[in-house]
Write a protein that binds this ligand. Sequence first.
Ligand code: KIV
Ligand code: ZN
Length: 543
Amino acid sequence: MQDNYVRIFDTTLRDGEQSPGATMTSAEKIEVARGLARLGVDVIEAGFPAASPDDLEAVRRIAVEVGNDGSDRQPPIICGLARATRSDIDKAWEAVRPAARPRIHTFLATSEIHMQYKLKMTRQQVIERVREMVAYARSLCEDVEFSPEDAGRSDPEFLYQVLAVAIESGATTLNIPDTVGYTLPDEFGALIAGIIRNTPGIENCVVSVHCHNDLGLATANTLAGLKAGARQAEVTINGIGERAGNTALEEVVMALHTRRPAFGLVTGINTTQITRISKLVSNYTGMVVQPNKAIVGANAFAHEAGIHQDGMLKYNQTYEIMSPELVGATQSKLVLGKHSGRHALKVRLTSLGYSLNEEEMNLVFERFKALADRKKVITDADLEALVSDELYQPRELFSLDGLQVACGTMGMPTASVRLRDPEGNVHIHASIGTGPVDATYKAIDAIVKSPNILQEFVIHAVTEGIDALGEVTVRIQSTDLPATVDAQSDTEQPRTFGGYGADTDIVVASAKAYLSALNKMLVASGKFGTPEKPATHAVVHSP
Ligand code: KIV
Ligand code: ZN
């Protein structure tokens, strides 16, 4: 591998999914993993298999379906996280072993504060555990990554010792995490440079960086680490992750690309896939991307100020350091409408990178026609929202069969909801609420009877104009499902689920989003078996 090649290790499905509310179903995880493979990431950290049997199974499916898909293309490495215990390492191995290129990633904290208060272990005990567990992981798998957790606050001299032991025991990648997002770019760069200079045997390993964003410095720290010699960056799509999140993949990749002379580093990422995967992850996790987010925010390429617009019209590089096309954020000038036929829709979807089978095409065309009756011009953004809403949803246990609301200043907001249950039976309920959405959610609750707390409700218009398609994302927390184990804190976390819905009627979009989150929660409860709608293969190539 070239010396200037930076491996992109994506942990959206592990560190990202671990953050409160970002829970995805197995089908969604596989779809995201497929998107990551198309994006060209080198490693997919698919999950923490010891968290639960469901997590193990989701990682195993990714190893089979994405890490060993039988195509000519070299599949990404599929990685599973494990605490430094035999049982975690066994589970990680069981999950990743079907992949063509499996990796076990094990970690143990090395900062005084973690060793004393969390692990209750001495330095010597930590060294011995690393020796034993890295060797054990290596006895199972040729590719082993080791992370000294909280390296950013660890004594560098002790780090050199621990890392040397990990190398002797067979680690092939050494990942240096700034677990709590505490370091500053010059400090983190110096830490990486010190590790490379002082750790015996490090020349035969890949050094990796993994930064959290508590001070908003994750991208800056990651870039400083790469400048100092690291050749793997651990990142997530949209920067999702614990607390303030992880380093955003799109920021690191576009910084290396746009400022290539400053870094002299390259990645294998197909940048035109960035916008699409960003939307996919946002829709599935229910974690909305802030409009001013670098690279993938709705305003990242919008020029509002007159003086900027004037400059852009004269020469776009006056205010644009990279083109929207480069990150796949373009909208076609060719618009579809009421009179567009199935062929035109298919051509447009194909050019957007979707390849739908007959059945999927029928579903999307039906939705497209219904939308075209209500909305004059259908843009690419509308089409993407529509495909997400129609095809990338969890299995529908309860589906919306009808909804009517009465609201305004004259009376009490009332919603009548008709739902179909998993056996096909129809249930009707009417409720009063503080507004039409509240009334709708109360009526749905009365039918579905699955207790939860609504943690977040976000609504936004996909395109401009009064006839815009509205997108709603919600996040709910289960009040009766058992919690899952968090890998790092060893604590139990309540289960939360995100949902997504799109419609020109925002109350309908809200109902769909809520049902999508409830359906995920019901699937996770196991009350309806483990039936998930098979993941669609709708997107197969880049435009
Ligand atoms: O932030 C962290 O320390 C981690 C490790 C498990 C790599 O996520
Ligand atoms: Zn982390």
